[in-house]
Unconditional design. Structure first.
Length: 480
């Protein structure tokens, strides 16, 4: 086993989950820091209209990433179960299928995004003052989409083998490059042209491409378990059983993120109706909220990978403790971050808006009402992560739809005549509490344990299976 890998089926659960989850949390914080750095440079150099533009563009980008995240999560679970069963060939099959599928999909997304960006921004009711800036930013980002999405898929696969440190190292490289390139390309320092908001997007794109190439080189130089060699390159052409599992499990997982994205798009559309000041305040608040989501994403991903490895190894006796430690870490990390952000709210918001911005009081009110709800929603994500490890993906999707549309938007529609714009911020706790209650009920009912996620066979195994059934029955049976 490589030095950076962890066998998550042995030893104390609490320390193993913490040591595996912390690099993932670090990676996610760095990813949010990447977006925050962009917003800081844009806000300082280009003003509130540009901050509003990036707020609209970033939501669209999250929507584009959602489906790929779903396929990445599906491949991570397959890889983790195979690693738990000590079947690394099956892990490479799952990884190759995901990478091959993602490459084709990312090209389609990049082309569609470039063409459809204006229509998407109009659908969001993007303020006219921010429209052209948002369009320039978004189109540059779409150019780098294939490398970015493949990098996401690759790092998620590496985590499935129990290696969380390698993705952290290369996220650090990505953020470091972005930190240097943003002011250079925005302002045109040295020989670089002054590109304005497009320079911020170009910096993100260049940093992403360079870190992806570096990650590929590192995987092959270190001979990490998921590297493909020789005949294994054929795994990039997935078989139908592999595609059925990847799409059948990945699509509902991606739809969970799409549901969250669409709910976010609806929310920013409602915020945009409150005027440019509200949109700028919301954009700054979102930057801080993205950090509050990081523990849930990191710990949820860690418990999912850890649970999947233990399920693959037949260690169901460890699942309950993995859930308990995951919830405890979630409450501790997210609660601490909420407290710090509320205590230091003015200097943090001033990073994005400037210390004299009229949007700061409104952003502070958003923070005060909504921040703590991310603890509740994070708890739901832990339960989702455990169920996802066994291939249960539809039930969390249904819960997301109910909580984000039925509860959150329903609360807004009912409360707006009485609370005014505050109904927008109070809708976050309403949706989060609904998600937690439904997720906990689904988990403790135990029905999800009866499912079984099957690792797809290789081409050779498919042929052998068909031949053996033909000899026994005199006919070719379909492979299901």
């Amino acid at each position: 086993m490589a030095a950076d890998q962890r066998d998550l089926t042995q030893g104390p659960i609490g320390s193993a989950l913490l040591l595996f989850g912390l690099p993932t949390l670090g990676s996610n914080i760095l990813q949010s820091l990447n977006g925050s750095i962009n917003t800081i440079w844009v806000g300082r150099f280009l003003g509130e209209q540009a901050v509003a533009a990036t707020a609209n563009a970033n939501l669209i980008m999250f929507l584009m990433f959602s489906i790929v995240f779903g396929f990445g999560m599906a491949s991570t679970v397959l890889i983790a179960q195979a690693a738990g069963a000590k079947d690394m060939d099956a892990a490479r099959r799952a990884f190759g299928s995901a990478m091959g599928f993602c490459f084709i999909f990312s090209l389609l997304v990049a082309a569609a995004g470039w063409i459809g960006a204006p229509a998407m921004l109009r659908l969001l009711s993007t303020p006219p003052e921010a429209f052209d800036l948002a369009l320039a930013y978004l189109r540059v980002i779409f150019v780098s989409m294939p490398a970015t999405l493949l990098s996401v898929m690759m790092t998620m696969g590496v985590r499935g083998t129990g290696d969380a440190r390698t993705p952290f190292y290369f996220m650090l490289l990505n953020v470091g490059l972005d930190l240097v390139l943003n002011p250079v390309l925005i302002l045109g320092l040295g020989p670089a042209p002054a590109l304005g908001i497009a320079g911020s997007a170009a910096a993100t794109a260049i940093a992403g491409v360079l870190s992806f190439i570096s990650l590929v080189v590192f995987i092959y130089r270190r001979d990490l378990p998921l590297r493909l060699k020789g005949g294994e390159w054929g795994y990039l052409r997935p078989t139908m059983p592999q595609l059925r599992v990847l799409i059948g499990k990945g699509l509902p997982m991606g739809l969970q993120m799409i549901v969250a994205s669409v709910a976010g798009l609806v929310m920013i559309g409602l915020v945009n109706r409150e005027g440019l000041l509200a949109t700028a305040a919301y954009g700054a608040a979102q930057q801080l909220w993205s950090y509050l989501q990081m523990p849930a994403m990191a710990i949820g991903g860690a418990v999912s990978a850890m649970a999947a490895q233990n399920m693959g190894a037949g260690r169901w006796d460890r699942i309950g403790k993995i859930t308990g430690y995951g919830l405890a870490y979630l409450v501790g990390f997210t609660g601490l971050m909420v407290a710090l952000m509320l205590w230091f709210h003015h200097p943090l918001l001033a990073l994005f808006l400037g210390s004299d911005s009229a949007a700061i009081p409104l952003a502070w009110r958003m923070q005060l009402i909504s921040s703590w709800s991310f603890i509740l929603f994070g708890g739901a994500m832990i339960y989702f992560g455990i169920m996802r490890a066994n291939g249960v993906v539809v039930r969390p999707l249904v819960i997301m739809i109910i909580s984000l549309f039925g509860a959150r938007l329903g609360f807004y529609l009912l409360a707006y005549p009485y609370l005014g714009p505050d109904a927008l911020w109070w809708s976050y706790p309403a949706g989060s509490l609904t998600a937690l209650v439904l997720a906990a009920y689904s988990y403790y009912s135990g029905a999800w344990r009866k499912a079984k996620l099957i690792i797809p066979p290789s081409r050779e195994e498919c042929v052998e299976s068909v031949n053996s059934e033909a000899e026994a029955t005199g006919r070719i049976a379909p492979v299901g």
